[in-house]
Design a protein around this ligand. Structure first.
Ligand code: PNW
Length: 500
């Protein structure tokens, strides 16, 4: 038993990936609606128009969460449902607000703690068209602040807020590789617009400022009366040196994490970008004004951690190309000695390696002085899962092993390494729209039958979660008894005193 008695566990989703109903009740389009409409951008030519139909099935989804024993649920708000055009002078859509308010009431009624993500990549399309969306610092940060304030005011019962999900993905996938909306890249075969060497760093900077502004609003205008907490969710993979004997590979391992995670976390915890990024990117990496430092530094009540996989890292020699975003290194699945990082999944970037999770929890905790961590996503796809008949897909032993190993690695990090993890949300409650992969890649603990009215069937992994966490979370009575016991050293001293 190694997790604290107040430990929260549950599942995560995101609006565009599950809701569907994209033009219902006054919702405006997001950049993902627009992106999906461009031929060739989504593997199976699909979109989030129907997805899991969750907008219309909130009661059913909550019943499912309850059935699985979840204590918390992380979901995101579709900005363009509540402000269809997105901007601070644009009309508000009361139907959208009422939907999410009701959803939070229903979750609480079911005894499930809501975690709300304000931005899971689905920017209102009007803002992209109006002023370039995430690229426009003044406009975007002011509009995000306004949207955040509206949500804090509208849903006072929510006590856990996440400003942004994985800004790395918005910046790199959206503005360097062009594989996510809005699809900017320097590669003119893929997009007529974009500058992969510059735009991602501007977007990252603007997201940090927008995050800082929203946190300031929450802390000054809502936290004193509502008493909740707010943070950002960052993604990042674990790293191992390709050649464990080569100091340059060992150094590259840290640099890889700095380019992925510390890009955002260093400004939030220390007030500036990592030196390794400044060194490689020079003036293409924006600088923080004093006012911006004041906004961003210290702006996390908790660290939201999304984590899936690990890589072997091999340093590169010479000057990296201008569009490099990894830190002048290669990410590999095999090391110098032919060891493999982990088995294949349906996602080209994902191979399970649970020890890496424990290592990264330690890396983050040491660098950022043991912050409170919520694991806001962790999970896996399965190679070929979509080709299986339903009955076989429900026996997802590979996913069961993944969750078992990762959750145990996390529990060890808490118990033995002193890492401060307070919650864990598996990705995902449901199979859903996996962005550029469409519906072919499934991440759910619940099978969604897209051919039969999105019927839901919990897989083996869904049922495993409660017993898994029950076996690791301390009972409150036991924990209280332990806390009341004097520490062993003190007990010895007392015994000696008694002897004397
Ligand atoms: C996360 N990568 O995205 C997202 O937050 C989820 O919406 C998504 O469905 C889930 O992970 C599974 O993919 C990622 O290429 C997308 O390393 C891509 C990467 C990592 C995370």
């Amino acid at each position: 038993m190694s997790l604290p008695s107040d430990f929260l566990w549950g599942f995560a989703t995101a609006a565009y990936q599950i809701e569907g109903s994209t033009d219902v009740d006054g919702r405006g389009p997001s950049i993902w609606d627009t992106f999906c409409a461009i031929p060739g951008k989504i593997a199976d030519g699909s979109s989030g128009v129907v997805a899991c139909d969750s907008y219309k099935r909130t009661k059913e989804d909550i019943a499912l969460l309850k059935e699985l024993g979840a204590k918390c649920y992380r979901f995101s708000i579709s900005w363009s449902r509540v402000i269809p055009l997105g901007g601070r002078n644009d009309p508000i859509n009361q139907a959208g607000i009422d939907h999410y308010r009701q959803f939070v009431d229903d979750l609480l009624e079911a005894g499930i703690t809501p975690f709300i993500t304000l931005f899971h990549w689905d920017l209102p399309d009007a803002l992209d068209k109006r002023y370039g969306g995430l690229l426009n610092k003044e406009e975007f940060t002011a509009d995000f602040e306004n949207y955040a304030r509206l949500m804090f005011k509208s849903i006072p019962k929510c006590k856990h807020w996440i400003t942004f999900n994985e800004p790395w993905c918005s910046a790199i996938n959206g503005y360097n590789l062009g594989i996510f909306a809005p699809g900017h890249t320097s590669d003119r075969n893929k997009s007529p617009v974009g500058d992969s060497a510059r735009e991602p760093w501007i977007v990252g900077h603007n997201i940090l400022i927008a995050h800082g502004k929203a946190v300031k609003v929450y802390r000054e205008e809502f936290k004193p009366t509502q008493g909740g907490e707010i943070g950002i969710t960052l993604n990042g993979d674990a790293t191992y040196p390709w050649d464990p004997e080569d100091p340059a590979d060992i150094e590259a391992c840290d640099r890889k994490i700095e380019f992925a995670i510390s890009w955002f976390a260093d400004p939030i915890y220390f007030g500036d970008y990592p030196a390794s990024m400044r060194k490689q990117l020079g003036e293409r990496l924006p600088t923080f004004t004093e006012e911006e430092v004041a906004l961003v530094k210290g702006s996390n009540d908790f660290y939201g951690m999304n984590h899936y996989t690990a890589n072997y890292i091999k340093h590169r020699k010479g000057t990296p190309p201008e569009d490099d975003f990894l830190g002048n290194l290669e990410t590999l699945f095999y090391d110098k000695n032919g060891n493999c990082i982990g088995p294949e999944t349906q996602s080209f970037w994902l191979r399970p390696n649970a020890q890496g999770f424990r290592n990264l929890l330690n890396w983050l905790s040491k660098r950022y002085n043991y912050p409170k961590i919520y694991v806001t996503e962790n999970g896996t796809s399965l190679k070929g899962e979509s080709d299986l008949p339903l009955e076989q897909a429900l026996e997802d032993d590979f996913r069961c092993k993944y969750f078992h190993d990762y959750v145990h690695a996390m529990a060890k990090a808490v118990e033995e390494d002193g890492v401060n993890v307070k919650g864990y949300m598996a990705w995902s409650l449901l199979d859903n729209f996996e962005w550029a992969d469409g519906y072919v890649t499934r991440f759910g603990v619940t099978y969604v039958d897209y051919k039969d009215n999105c019927k839901r069937y919990p897989k083996k992994s869904a049922r495993q979660m409660k017993p898994l966490f029950d076996s690791l979370i301390k009972k409150a009575e036991v924990e209280a008894a332990e806390a009341a016991k004097p520490a062993p050293a003190v007990a010895e001293e007392q015994a000696e005193e008694a002897d004397a």
